[in-house]
Design a protein around this ligand. Structure first.
Ligand code: HEM
Length: 492
């Protein structure tokens, strides 16, 4: 780089006279509207912000590589998972409910979004640091999120609103147990595990289908903050996690996650003891053990946060051959929701931005035009299909492979229950069998704090019932701490 700085120019590339002084009629006179540089500078400034993500607004991320060291070719023909494959990638971590400037260490589920720039196109896994979710039907998602955000009148977050929704939505119990437990406050993003959470589908080279769940296990080990420390940090450094990741990568301390999967043979779904497409349930590892796939390492910070992280567009609809979705009602709706949000949030042609464009794969699409279009086809390529001019041709074999049997009348009803399905069972098992005595004590303290913050009598009663349904002893302790009578665990 030469020592002499570049001259400032307008956005059309012409040199400008001053970055210090506007053009005025005499030193003390009025500012003129034809100061085209001043006008351009202020107008561009007014447009610097794009809407924040409707959820997961606060986050940060980094680039890296996914390396496949295992052999899962018996289950998927996706090249991104082929033995020895090495793909560039982007990860973004986030909180769910907080806005852009909100503290990283507020108790929340954490987003765990991955984009792999594979030779067959971009493959995204948009997951969380928990393997389950609060609801199981997408039609409840806007209501759920409204209950976690702010009251329209006061603009304040509200415990009554959150617990009103949760206690009226018993399917939330498993995820709320994670959230109110240690996992609601990770030490930092590097020390949390990630999950695809949903059941997805894999298809092998012979066309055989499997159900799959993704797990990302931090090599640093999962670790968490206690509530008092998280609260202290929130007041001192709202960007604590973002800074931790950035600083670690800047000093060459690159975080790595092992990539593992659980595989269920296609035909076992129908008879499995839990509905395997219910996002509020896990598959116990005793039923389907973890299989090693490989690992990913984050080793490059963004050069420009806005261009590469804020404008990044992760979507469960970004799938590659050999991977697909399942009949999970949440996942099917997410296929619509993300790209739609991104067309609004970033712009119609968001896929053409470098961070969102595929690296190795070529794009041969019949889409055209729209605001801020940057790429265009060779003018000899037809703009419609079918065509007789050798334009791109779709491959029906790719589209048909990710499928499942489905037949029946149109209904609005809950998905079918399997033998051991109920809303509180897995939450109770986690509390009793997975939480250590120390974790149980912290969990009770958190619940007590939440319960004592409630102001509406009916919600307090439901709160005690909800935790009694998870575990009768826990419910009795919560009731005692809130000065309320214990309730019957079977009342539900
Ligand atoms: C039907 C349920 C859901 C709907 C409708 C939904 C919708 C959305 C939307 C609209 C965004 C913003 C996208 C953008 O502007 O770029 C988003 C972000 C996100 N969602 Fe969901 N979501 C749902 C469930 C889930 C679930 C179950 C998970 C995790 C398992 C999840 C994880 C994420 C993550 C990690 C992000 C942030 C991605 C990033 O870092 O850019 N969401 N969601």
């Amino acid at each position: 780089m030469s020592d002499k700085p570049h001259p400032t120019t307008t956005q059309s590339g012409t040199p400008v006279v001053s970055d210090e002084h506007s053009l005025t009629v005499g030193p003390d006179g009025v500012t003129v509207l034809h100061d085209r540089y001043l006008v351009e500078k202020l107008a561009q400034f007014n447009r610097e912000r794009i809407p924040e993500r409707i959820v997961h607004a606060k986050g940060g991320g980094a680039f890296g590589r996914l390396v496949i060291t295992g052999d899962v070719s018996a289950y998927t023909r996706a090249q991104v998972f082929a033995p020895g494959a090495d793909s560039e990638m982007l990860a973004r971590f986030s909180t769910v409910a907080g806005e852009q400037g909100s503290p990283d260490t507020w108790r929340d589920v954490r987003g765990f979004a991955l984009k792999f720039y594979s030779a067959e196109g971009n493959f995204d896994i948009v997951g969380n640091n928990t393997p389950v979710f609060f609801i199981r039907d997408a039609i409840k998602f806007p209501d759920f999120i409204h209950s976690q955000k702010r009251l329209p009148g006061s603009g304040l977050r509200d415990l009554d609103m959150q617990w009103d929704f949760w206690t009226l939505s018993p399917e939330s119990a498993h995820q709320v147990t994670y959230l109110m437990g240690d996992r609601g406050l990770p030490s930092n993003w590097r020390r949390m595990n990630g999950y695809g959470s949903h059941t997805y589908q894999w298809i092998n080279a012979a066309g055989e289908r499997f159900w799959v769940k993704y797990h990302f296990i931090s090599r640093l080990g999962a670790a968490n903050l206690d509530a008092a420390e998280a609260e202290r940090i929130a007041g001192v450094n709202a960007d604590f996690y973002r800074q931790d990741l950035y600083d670690a990568i800047a000093r060459g301390d690159f975080p790595t996650w092992d990539v593992k999967v659980q595989i269920m043979p296609y035909a076992e779904a129908a008879g499995y003891r839990f509905n395997p497409f219910d996002l509020t349930k896990v598959w116990p590892h005793g039923d389907y053990p973890l299989i090693d796939v490989g690992h990913f390492t984050l080793d490059r910070n963004p050069r420009n946060f806005f261009a590469e992280i804020e404008q990044a567009a992760f979507a469960p609809s970004n799938l590659v051959p050999g991977t697909d979705i399942s009949p999970d009602k949440m996942l099917m709706a997410r296929i619509f929701s993300y790209a739609d949000a991104q067309r609004y949030r970033v712009g119609t042609n968001y896929m053409q931005l470098p961070v969102n464009a595929p690296h190795a794969a070529e794009v041969h699409s019949y889409s055209q035009d729209g605001a801020a279009r940057h790429q265009f086809n060779d003018p000899t390529t037809p703009v419609y299909a079918p065509n007789g001019f050798n334009g791109p041709v779709a491959d029906p074999a790719v589209a048909l492979e990710g499928s499942w049997e489905s037949d029946g009348e149109l209904v609005r009803t809950a998905a079918s229950l399997h033998a051991e399905d109920n809303d509180f069972g897995q939450a109770g098992t986690m509390y009793r069998q997975v939480f250590t005595p120390e974790q149980k004590a912290r969990f009770l303290a958190t619940l007590t704090g939440q319960g004592q913050g409630l102001t509406v009598a009916a919600i307090k009663t439901r709160f005690v019932q909800y935790w009694t349904n998870v575990d009768a002893d826990l419910g009795a302790q919560v009731a005692g701490a809130m000065g309320l009578p214990a309730v019957d665990p079977n009342a539900q």
